[in-house]
Design a protein around this ligand. Structure first.
Ligand SMILES: Cc1ncc(COP(=O)(O)O)c(C=O)c1O
Length: 436
């Protein structure tokens, strides 16, 4: 395993041993209880180890059914495909299954090229689409790609939420697809203007480019509706799902697409297996995904996400209103972000800037570390925007847990606004990081 990852977790004092994880709660072997407000980056929408998903997996194992025979039609995959397409609606009529979000993005790139016979792929700046070579080619933040090139040619990125820039690129008619997250998660939980996606979709249609939504984090009721696409009223040509699809227990992903896109790839008998993967429709993933969908709907976790998101946003806004370093609290449903900014007061600005110069993530990581160590909340800052603390608990979170989180955030933000403990902790962290 990667030893630097262990060292980083040690440094952040987050390298604990989890023994038992249930719902929102994670229990460590030394008797601590942590509340998960990260959900493995939007994996645990139904909470950890949901009993219905666990039961479904048990029963799938016990029935000794067909698994990875490869030369059969996997019934469970058919049932799941139908349910996903039914819920997604619009032109999404077929599903390709994968084992991760990145693998879904790779498939979408290939399918878009096959359908349009164009090579170019357009994405939005600061997106996160995964770390395989194709997906990585759609990510403008160089941190992820440095040293791994050359990546896919004929890719370009436009600023998110900028329709003029999008049209300028689309006009070239060299792009097979515009692949975009409806709400950019790792870029800092960026919610576009109400008409951005609708207009982007019609621009894509005008210039013959497929409109593809990466809903790996936003899908599966995370922001309220089944897809975030539904709250923006768009009808994409493809949607990529993964993460929360299978209840956090078995890897699973999917690309939903129109009949026309599907037919461009699987266009004849000889091409029947032109894009596939060994683990693609495996029965455990399919069973887990079916059980997860059932839980999401029977427990009404979509409406709950909206209600809890509103409650949390209100409570956070009240609690953090007077702190100058809190810039904005934003999001949709239970995908939220708290954005911080440099303080104006000189006594705070000097340490803030000094630590930002050491590494731009230091401020955010101290917030994360203190929330974890002092209050028992697991969070993280966004991967492509270190000034935003991501808030994404499982959708089964209770109001009491949300209240406790608001109090914990308020306490750590208050600490950051007083010279002393917070900043000496930052100094200690910086020293330990650069010791060796
Ligand atoms: C929006 C988005 N797309 C794609 C991916 C890649 O998914 P995976 O890590 O399963 O390959 C991620 C991962 O975080 C993501 O957030």
């Amino acid at each position: 395993m990667n030893p630097e990852w262990v060292r980083l977790l040690d440094l952040l004092q987050m390298n604990v041993r989890y023994e038992r994880c249930v719902g929102v709660e994670l229990f460590t072997d030394d008797g601590k209880r942590i509340l998960d407000f990260l959900s493995g980056y939007c994996v645990h929408n139904v909470g950890h180890n949901h009993p219905d998903v666990v039961r479904a997996l048990h029963s799938e194992l016990e029935r000794c059914g067909p698994a990875m025979i490869q030369t059969h039609v996997a019934d469970l995959a058919g049932v799941l495909a139908e349910k996903l397409c039914e819920r997604a609606g619009g032109r999404l009529k077929k599903a390709f299954f994968a084992s991760s979000g990145s693998e879904g993005v790779e498939a979408a790139i290939k399918f878009a090229r096959a359908h349009t016979k164009r090579a170019g792929i357009l994405s939005a700046e600061h997106a996160f689409h995964g770390l395989t070579c194709g997906a990585l080619s759609l990510m403008s933040d160089k941190f992820w790609s440095e040293g791994f090139g050359p990546l896919l040619p004929e890719t370009a990125a436009v600023p998110f939420d900028d329709l003029q820039a999008l049209e300028r690129e689309l006009k070239s008619k060299r792009f097979a697809a515009f692949i975009v997250e409806p709400i950019q998660s790792e870029a800092g939980v960026c919610v576009p203007h109400a008409d951005y996606l609708r207009t982007a979709e019609s621009l894509c249609r005008r210039y013959g480019t497929l409109f593809v939504l990466d809903e790996v984090q936003t899908g599966m009721y995370r922001t309220g509706p089944f897809l975030a696409a539904h709250q923006f009223g768009v009808d994409p040509d493809m949607v990529i799902l993964a993460k929360a699809m299978s209840g956090g227990l078995v890897p699973c992903g999917a690309v939903l697409m129109s009949d026309e896109v599907c037919h461009s790839v699987y266009s004849s008998l000889p091409r029947a297996f032109v894009h596939t993967s060994t683990f693609s429709e495996n029965s455990l993933a399919m069973r887990a995904a079916l059980a997860t969908l059932e839980v999401l709907e029977s427990e009404q976790l979509g409406p709950r996400s909206i209600e809890a998101g509103r409650y949390l946003q209100e409570r956070l806004s009240d609690a953090l209103r007077d702190f100058e370093m809190v810039k904005e609290i934003r999001g949709a449903g239970l995908l939220m972000g708290i954005e911080f900014q440099a303080p104006r007061q000189l006594r705070l600005r000097i340490p803030y800037q000094a630590f930002a110069a050491i590494h731009p993530a230091v401020f955010g990581q101290i917030i994360v570390m203190r929330l974890f160590r002092d209050s028992g909340f697991l969070t993280q800052i966004c991967g492509n925007n270190f000034t935003v603390l991501k808030v994404a608990p499982p959708l089964v979170v209770t109001d009491a847990q949300l209240d406790a989180f608001v109090l914990a955030v308020r306490n750590v933000v208050e600490l950051a606004h007083s010279p002393g403990a917070f900043w000496s902790e930052a100094l200690g962290l910086a020293r330990r990081a650069f010791r060796g």
